[in-house]
Design a binder for this molecule. Sequence first.
Ligand code: FE2
Length: 695
Amino acid sequence: MMTITRRSFMEMAIALSAIAAWGQPTATRSKVPWHERRDFYPEGVASGDPASDSVILWTRRPPRDSNVVDRLHVEVAEDESFTRVVASAEAPLSEASDWTCRVLAGGLKPARIYWYRFTDATGYGSRVGRTITAPPDDDTRPVRFAFVCCQNANQGAQNAYRRMIFEDERAAEEDRLGFVLHLGDFIYEIVWYPEDRPQGMYDRRLRDIVRYEHGEKIRDFHIPTDVGDYRAIYRNYLHDPDLQDARARWPFVCMWDNHEFSWIGWQGLQQFGGVNRPAQTRKVAANQAFFEYQPARLYKPSGPSLDRFDPPAVVDAPIKHFDENGLGQEPNNLSAIHSLRGHRTLRWGSNMELIITDQRSYRSEEPTYRPEAQAFMSNDFPGFIPQEVLDILDAGSAYNNGHPPATIKCGSTEIANFRKDQPPTTILGVEQKAWFLDRLEKSKATWKIWGDTVATLDMRADPQNLPPGLTAAWPGAGYAGFDASTGAGDHSTAYVERGEIYDFVRDHGITGFATVAGDRHSFWAGLASKGLPPKPFEPVGIAFVTGSISAPGVVEAFEHGLPNEHPLRSLFVGQGPGDTRPQPIMNLLLKHGVRSALEYVKSGDLQKARALSNPDLSPHVSFVDMGGHGYAVVRVTSDTLETEFVCIPRPIERSERADGGPLLYRTRHRAAFWRKGERPKLQLQILEGDPRFSA
Ligand SMILES: [Fe+2]
C-alpha cells in the first residue's frame, strides 16, 4: 500500500463515510475516565483488515435498561495503559446497526502493535483490544498469520483459539502472528435446540446458544429467516470466551463461506431436501449481519458508510433464468448477491499479497446436489462417485470439446444427461474470476496467497483396486471422487474452472502461488495440479486446507454413521489388531489407496500398509488428516513458505487449561520459492506428536 498523507487518508475516510481516528505525531496520555465494564460490551472488541497505515476497529454497546448511548469515544494507543494515545474519535451508535460500531483508525505506523478501547459518556469502557498494522509494501520482513475455519458453538468448544493465544503470548516477537484469516463458517446458521435432539450430535452435547425469534424449523433443526435472527447468532457466538479473546488479540480478516448464509446456499437461493428455493431476503439479511459484526473493508452499493448497511429492498422471487455462466438473472437475486462484495486483496510487505474470493454468492448450482445425481451414489460405496461421472457433471455442455453425451452411464445405471445444455460449473462466477486472474497476474508480492474458503486439492480413492468379493463390484471405470456431503462441490471438483485458473498461472509464468482453504473440516497439504494420473500431473503451486476449529468432520460422521457391519467401514474408520478404538484409516485410503487401508486393518503394520501404496492415486497429497481439528499457521519469507498444522483432540468440551488442552500433533510443510519453469515441492516435518495415518 502506498504511503498516504493525512489529506488522502481523510479523503479515503470521507469516501468510506467512516468515522476516522487519525494518528497524531505526538502521543499524549489519555484523559478519558475509562472504567472497564465488559458487561456493557458483551460481544467484546475486534479489529479487521489491517493495512500498513490503518485498521478498522469494532465493538458493540447495546442499551442497558434506560441507559442508551448514541456515541462512543474510541482511543488508539501505543501502550496498553493508554499513556501514549495517538488517535481518538467519537463514533455514533444506533439501533439501525444493532448497536455495533466501526471506526477506521488511520495515520498509524506500519508493522506496529496498537491498543484500542471504547468508552461511553458515563465512562463505562470496553475491554482493551490489541491490533497490528501491516508492514509497508517494500518491507522484506517475514509475515506470519493463522488461518482458520468452521467453528460450531452449538456442537463444540473453541479450544483451538485458546491454544493459539497461549502459544502467541509465549512466542518470540518475530514468531508472533500478524493476523488471523478466517475462511468462513464463523457461525453455523443451522442450530439444533437441545430438546429437539436429546441424543445430541454424535458424542457431542448440543448447547442452547440461541433461539431464533423468527426462525424456521426444518426437520429437527432451526434456521434464521431475517436480519434479527442472523444478528442473534453472531452475538451468541461472540459470547464464547475463547473466540472473544482471540478477536481482542489480533486483527481478523474474515470471509464468509456457506454457513454465514445457508448450508446449501448459492447466489440468492437455499436448498433443503433437494429443492432450491428463493431466499433473496435471507441473503441480504446474512450480508447485513456480516457487515455489522465483521470489521472489514467491503464494498456495498448502498453507499460507503461504515455506520450502517442500508439493505436493498428485495423479495423472494423465483429465479428461473440463468445466463450462459449460470448466474440467475432475476433482479432480486442480483440485488441480493451484490449487496455486499467480499472479494478483496490485502498486502503485507514485499513478501505477501492475500487475494480473497467469494465462493458462494456467484457460483452456479453444484451438480452433485441435484436429485438426478443421486443415482450414482450407493450405500455400498459410502461417499463415492465415479470420477467419469463427476467429469461429465462438472463440464456440462463443454464436456468432450462441446460434445457431451445424451445420457450418463455407469455400470447398470443410466440417466439423461441433465447437464448437457448447462455451462461448466463455476464457483467464482465469470466477473469475479476475471478480477481474480487480473489480481494474480498483477501482484508484485513474492507469494500470491489465494484465500479460497473451499478446498482445491482432489480427494479421491481407488475402489477399482478392491479385492473381489469384499463388497459389490465397483461400477465405475476407475477412480472415485466423493459426493458433496463428503468432499465434492468445492474447487477440487470444479475441474474446468480450476483448470482455467491453473493454466493461467502456468501460461503467465506466475510463481509463489499458494492456496489456503477451509470448509473441508480436515488438514491437507499438497500440490496444485489440474490433472492427476493417468492425466498429466503438473503442479503450478502449493495448497493447504485447515481443519475445523470445532465443527465435526467426516471421520467423526462415519464413526457414528457407518454401521459396524458395513463391508467398507474399515476403509474409513477401521481398527488395526492393536487399536482400542476406531482410527482415521480414511487418511490412508485417500493418500495410499484401498490396499494400504486394508493391509493396516489386517496387520496393524503401517510400514507394510504404506508399501502397498498406489503411487498414481494422490501424488498431489503430502499430508491428509480427515479427523483433525485446530488451526494452521503460515510463515512467508522472500525464499520460503512454511505452513504449520496445529492439531488438537476433538473439541467436544471446553478445556479449562490455560493452553486450551493438549496437542495431538504439530507438522510443518515447507516449500522453497520456485522460479518460472520450476516445479514447486513440499517437504513434511513432524514437530510434535504422531499423525500416524496422514503421510
Ligand atoms: Fe464448515
